[in-house]
Design a protein around this ligand. Structure first.
Ligand code: DSN
Length: 415
């Protein structure tokens, strides 16, 4: 794909697009929520479907000319049903947050109660943070991880649910490195007669590949995004039993969205098709193996990992025990200068701020797409540790940057 046509009419945008392509090629993305889609997904996403209004659902649209939109949405739905084994799938949410909004609108009234994980313990804004619509429209209380172990405090959650009597319990997280016991959370939801929404945005691909326990068929609702561990381009998805299908569909359209972004639905269809190929399972397994290798090596260097390791695609390091005077933001910025892009992150028991927190979160989905194996991830852990240890050492940053250049040349991405 070239930007030659954009360049003819709009050089400023072409420069920025080419800059972003070069940035992705020449740096290593370790942001746990990012990945690199195939060129086929990108082509589908930049198709003429960006021009098309298709309000409604396949076969029941409010506009003419939807025959190809119907075909594409049906393909995306069929493939998603096969990938996750869901009864009903809505592929129209513009994002994971909109997918969550769709579920809330389907079953909650304003003022109803949400019980979800605290953002600083690994939750998500759309699970009820006061700055988000969910925290403003609903009454929210939050559960936590056990600060000693870093694992979800399932007993604390059950006690909290009994006391708070929520209408919905939200599981599924943004910075939680361990397998989630969805069955156990479902038992808690059943005990207090609450719905259970499992937001698997981060682990959608791991669940599809069978390398993480699936909440589909366990939780009442499963939401996800389509661009993280599943490489289907930006967007969201909702899965549920047939019994909730009509409520969910009308909560998405017309409840909270107008016309679906059909070009993104086309990207989802292509990406889901790719994930149905046998190689995807190997990719997901390698992603997890790479995160373990990365985490083990960081621990060998003396970094403290929340929960003492990982079961999935990410590690969360708490810098305080080994480097009490170094913040996550300082490390994020120094690493970025060296071409390693990850994010500063809050940790359980955070003592600094969300903007300048005490941890760093590192994920392996994008590295694995580039072809990194465990050895390569161990080397990346060495580079990360060197920067954590000396974020102000410009000479070191330059050396690491040179090594990152060699790695990005070896593990190529987009032509
Ligand atoms: N912002 C995403 C993340 O980085 O986890 C979740 O939406």
């Amino acid at each position: 794909m070239t930007y030659d046509t954009v360049r003819e009419t709009d050089p400023a945008v072409a420069d920025a697009l080419e800059g972003e392509r070069a940035r992705q090629n020449d740096t290593l993305s370790m942001i746990a929520s990012e990945n690199h889609v195939s060129e086929a997904v990108m082509e589908a996403q930049s198709s003429e479907l960006t021009n098309k209004y298709a309000e409604g659902y396949p076969g029941e649209r409010y506009y003419g000319g939807c025959e190809y939109a119907d075909e594409i949405e049906e393909l995306a739905i069929e493939r998603a049903e096969e990938l996750w084994g869901a009864d009903h799938v809505n592929v129209q949410p513009h994002s994971g947050s909109q997918a969550n909004m769709g579920v809330y609108l389907a079953v909650l009234d304003p003022g109803d109660k949400i019980l979800s994980l605290d953002l600083t313990h690994g939750g998500h804004l759309s699970h009820g943070h006061p700055a988000n619509f969910a925290g403003q429209v609903y009454e929210v209380e939050q559960y936590e991880v056990d600060e000693e172990t870093g694992y979800i405090d399932y007993e604390g959650l059950a006690d909290h649910a009994e006391e708070f009597e929520p209408d919905i319990i939200v599981s599924g997280y943004s910075a939680y490195p361990r397998e989630v016991d969805f069955e156990r959370i479902q038992e808690t939801a059943d005990a207090v007669d609450a719905y259970h929404l499992a937001d698997i945005a981060h682990i959608t691909g791991l669940v599809a590949a069978g390398v993480h326990e699936s909440p589909v068929g366990v939780a009442d609702f499963v939401t996800g995004s389509t661009h993280k561990t599943i490489r289907a381009g930006r967007g969201g998805i909702i899965m549920c039993d047939e019994a909730y299908a009509d409520d969910v569909d009308s909560a998405v359209f017309p409840g909270s969205q107008g016309g679906p972004l059909m070009h993104n639905v086309a990207g989802k269809a292509v990406g889901f098709g790719e994930a149905l190929e046998p190689e995807f399972e190997a990719y997901a397994e390698q992603t997890v193996a790479n995160a373990k290798a990365l985490g083990d090596r960081l621990q060998e260097h003396g970094l403290d990992l929340v929960s003492d390791g990982t079961d999935n695609h990410l590690v969360l390091a708490d810098l305080r025990p080994s480097h009490p005077d170094t913040t996550g933001k300082e490390v994020e910025e120094a690493l970025e200068a060296a071409g390693l892009v990850l994010n500063a992150n809050t940790v359980p028991g955070e003592t600094r701020s969300a903007f300048n927190p005490s941890g760093i979160r590192a994920g392996t989905p994008a590295l694995t797409t580039r072809g990194f194996d465990e050895d390569a991830c161990r080397e990346v852990a060495d580079l990360i540790y060197d920067v954590v240890d000396a974020p102000d050492d410009d000479e070191l940053i330059a050396e690491i940057s040179a090594r990152v250049d060699e790695l990005t040349d070896e593990y190529t991405l987009y032509e």
